[in-house]
Design a protein around this ligand. Structure first.
Ligand SMILES: Nc1nc2c(ncn2[C@@H]2O[C@H](COP(=O)(O)OP(=O)(O)OP(=O)(O)O)[C@@H](O)[C@H]2O)c(=O)[nH]1
Ligand SMILES: [Mg+2]
Ligand SMILES: [Zn+2]
Length: 404
């Protein structure tokens, strides 16, 4: 009997063995697939896949993409940067990316590297590895003087439509600094919106006084006073925010930038923390800038609080902020009037008559000096680089001569 069954058993055991190994392969492939889907799903938020327009793309960028022959590449927006590694948001999810060696070597300064807000052309190899080939020309760029590096420019964010200039009413409020931020916005072609926070910490009269003082010195600008605690003033602010536009949060540490962003999104997207009790200052809680797309379709870049906002203005920011001073200066006796001690200076006359706020005038002179100093430093640096280039060229020529 056993001998009769033997071929069947032998046959069956082979089948079982075959099915077993087949199952192993299926199991392996299935596990890998689930793993990959999870990895891509978790990292790329499959549930939240968006169109490029949802995070700010429009006809202007499409035109630039075509003009720069980048249509064959994947396109994405830099939403975060960590030491030359970038997180790029694409229609298929978020990817980690590096720049090509070519892009690195052809960069003359930090400005030539991608920054948060940029649209970039990239090739995706894997979820953790993609390469940025080129940055699309920027429509706007907010910069400041890099802290501690003379003559260096630091990009705060790019392709911004509006900037929220945020100051807290309780103790951060400083009108000179407001003018400084305005100048940065105007020279960056970004529309500024002033947001005063923490109305819950001061009384109505003080709030009205501060708003009045701003209107006296700064014309044609929207000012919102809000409380992130009670949501006082939120409705008016929300009404002005436009879907598909990119906003950038600017201001000192602890003024409530991240709290405002969280409240607008209805989620805790950014960490916030209380003001330091010992110094009464913000604790620099946000450490990286990050672009966030809210469910309502608004795009916001949160920034770390800034201690210094050095002027790099080379394109009319001061002229727009202080347009009255500039208009008056056309009547000054001397064409190169510095508006400091010249006879026949219309600006000084207006200050003496009280037509121009003295503090605003002083702030203008201070920033103008700063701008001139920055420009001369850059000029000097360019000259040195040119001389160095010439030296290298001559050296190469000499080498060639000696060789042949
Ligand atoms: N009373 C009151 N507290 C506020 C308001 N807005 C923010 N805060 C508090 O202020 C502290 C700092 O707020 P953040 O949102 O972290 O400030 P930030 O501007 O993002 O600071 P950095 O990330 O350090 O630049 C937190 O404890 C907030 O709860 C407000 O309108 N009223
Ligand atoms: Mg913050
Ligand atoms: Zn003058």
């Amino acid at each position: 009997m056993i001998s009769l069954l033997h071929p069947i058993l032998k046959y069956n055991s082979k089948t079982i063995q075959f099915i077993g190994s087949y199952m192993n392969v299926i199991n392996f492939v299935f596990t890998k697939l689930v793993y990959l889907l999870c990895k891509v799903g978790v990292k790329n938020n499959i549930a939240e896949i968006m169109k490029l327009e949802d995070f700010g793309y429009n006809d202007k960028f499409q035109k630039l993409r075509v003009e720069n022959n980048l249509s064959d590449f994947e396109i994405g927006r830099v939403i975060a940067e960590h030491k030359e590694r970038y997180i790029v948001k694409t229609e298929n999810g978020d990817y980690e990316a590096e720049i090509t060696g070519n892009l690195r070597f052809s960069a003359n300064s930090r400005i030539d590297f991608p920054a948060v807000g940029d649209w970039v052309a990239l090739t995706i190899y894997d979820i953790d590895f993609s390469v940025i080939h080129k940055t699309l020309p920027r429509i706007s760029m907010i910069t400041r003087q890099a802290v501690g590096q003379i003559g260096e420019v630091q990009i705060i964010a790019t392709n911004i439509d509006y900037a929220f200039i945020i100051q807290a009413l309780d103790r951060d409020f400083n009108i000179n600094r407001l003018e400084r931020y305005l100048t940065i916005c105007y020279s960056s072609k970004v529309k500024p919106i002033i947001v005063l926070t923490k109305t819950d910490l001061i009384n109505e009269q003080k709030k009205a006084e501060i708003i009045h003082s701003i209107k006296q010195r700064i014309k044609d600008i929207e000012v919102f006073a809000i409380s992130n605690e009670t949501h006082d003033g939120y409705e008016a602010l929300k009404m002005t925010i436009e879907k598909g536009k990119t906003y950038c949060m600017l201001g000192s540490s602890g003024v409530g930038k991240s709290t405002l962003l969280n409240n607008l999104s209805g989620k805790t997207l950014m960490r916030t923390d209380s003001i330091s009790l010992s110094t009464n200052k913000g604790k620099h809680i946000t450490s990286h800038r990050e672009l966030i797309v809210l469910e309502c379709g608004v795009i916001i870049i949160d920034n770390p609080g800034m201690r210094e906002v050095g002027i790099t203005d080379t394109s009319g920011g001061l002229e727009t902020t202080f347009d009255r001073i500039i208009r008056l200066s056309l009547n000054c006796k001397y064409k190169d009037c510095t508006h400091t001690n010249e006879i026949g200076c219309s600006v000084i006359e207006a200050v003496e008559k009280g037509e121009i706020d003295k503090k605003s005038y002083e702030n203008y002179l201070k920033m103008d000096r700063e701008k001139a100093h920055f420009e001369s430093t850059i000029e000097e640096r360019r000259k040195k680089e040119k001389e160095f280039g010439k030296m290298i060229k001559n050296y190469k020529k000499d080498m060639k001569k000696n060789k042949f």
